[in-house]
Write a protein that binds this ligand. Structure first.
Ligand code: HEC
Length: 312
């Protein structure tokens, strides 16, 4: 009897550990570490119209089956993979340096094949880097920072834009999205509005000066930060690491505008929009962006601190 019991346990343990492994693999898919030296590599190939044409051909031959025609990760083979292919239009993806993307294409990981042997010319890989950049319409470089990003004339003269697919879902820039929600600032429901807004001002200042230490100090020790394109950070150490990662790839020059502020005892509820410019360091380009933030503050020892912050 005892033996029988033991035998039936084995497949159970195998099942549990394999599903654990699966979820672990998925988690790792979000955290692909690229060596610093590779991140800093400069792209020697210019994204001219001719080069992008070659990139498109290379992509169709080697990448489309998994990553899909528009880079959304919905190619015919994608359903048979254990790891999602990701979305090349994603801001987080586009925020990477050319060197990081080059490294990933060359080395591969898990279901993403290494192209070291099949694409032997480094310049062909750089050509592919240029081509996958074209999927990032939302992070399209704003050549003239003074020119509004949603200038209707703009898309027509962008040489990077693949002009041949009118159905392409990425065509609408994500930047400049408007929040049409009603503005509710009811001061009677937030008697400590001034102190509460002070935290928002400090947060804005710390974001614009890439000051990780100042930001971490604004949070409670058990605070939670939920960035738009990254893992949830819980507690001071993770929060610091998460903002550090953000500031490593970009700098910000943004202003908040308040949409709602309410106070329920020692908790304050804030909705705000952060609007301005973000410069992607690796990409060396500025984009206009507008993020909506939902922030909960908690009063700890008489001071308002960020308790939860979610950005999208
Ligand atoms: C067999 C399917 C497959 C093919 C073919 C393929 N990829 Fe991938 N690719 C993946 C998967 C799956 C991932 C996610 C891997 C991970 O996160 O561990 C990935 C990830 C990537 C990444 C990293 C994405 C990120 O979020 O940083 C890049 C860049 C990339 N692929 C480019 C390419 C290019 C360029 C080609 C063609 C030369 C190509 N891939 C061909 C499946 C594929």
């Amino acid at each position: 009897m005892k033996n029988k019991f033991r035998i039936s346990l084995i497949p159970m343990i195998a099942l549990i550990s394999s599903s654990l492994l699966l979820s672990l693999t998925y988690f790792q898919g979000k955290n692909w570490v690229v060596p610093d030296a590779s991140k800093k590599m400069k792209n020697p190939v210019a994204a001219t119209a001719d080069n992008l044409k070659s990139g498109k051909a290379l992509y169709a031959k080697n990448c489309k089956s998994c990553h899909g025609t528009t880079g959304k990760g919905d190619g015919t083979k994608s359903k048979d993979l254990n790891t999602p292919c990701g979305d090349f239009a994603d801001k987080g993806f586009q925020a990477q340096t050319d060197g990081a993307i080059f490294y990933k294409i060359k080395e591969g990981r898990e279901d993403m094949p290494s192209f070291k042997k099949s694409i032997t010319e480094d310049n062909d890989i750089w050509t592919l880097v240029n081509y996958v950049r074209t999927f990032g319409v939302g992070t399209k470089p704003v050549e003239d920072p003074k020119k509004p990003a949603d200038d209707p004339k703009k898309p027509a003269d962008d040489p990077k834009k693949p002009a041949d697919d009118p159905k392409k879902p990425n065509d609408k820039p994500v930047v400049g999205k408007k929040d049409s929600a009603m503005v509710v600032i009811d001061t009677t429901s937030a008697p400590e509005k001034t102190q509460i807004e002070q935290v928002l001002k400090q947060y804005e200042k710390a974001l614009n000066s890439s000051d990780t230490v100042a930001i971490a100090a604004l949070y409670t020790s058990d605070g939670v930060y939920i960035p738009a394109n990254g893992a949830t950070a819980i507690g001071t150490a993770q929060i610091k690491a998460s903002y550090k990662q953000l500031f490593n790839s970009s700098t910000m020059n943004e202003k908040y505008s308040l949409e709602e502020i309410r106070q329920v005892g020692d908790i304050a509820i804030i909705r705000a929009t952060f609007k301005g410019e973000r410069t992607f360091l690796g990409f060396n380009q500025k984009i206009s962006e507008e993020n909506r933030e939902l922030i909960l503050l908690k009063k700890v020892n008489g001071n308002w601190k960020i308790y939860r912050c979610m950005s999208n």
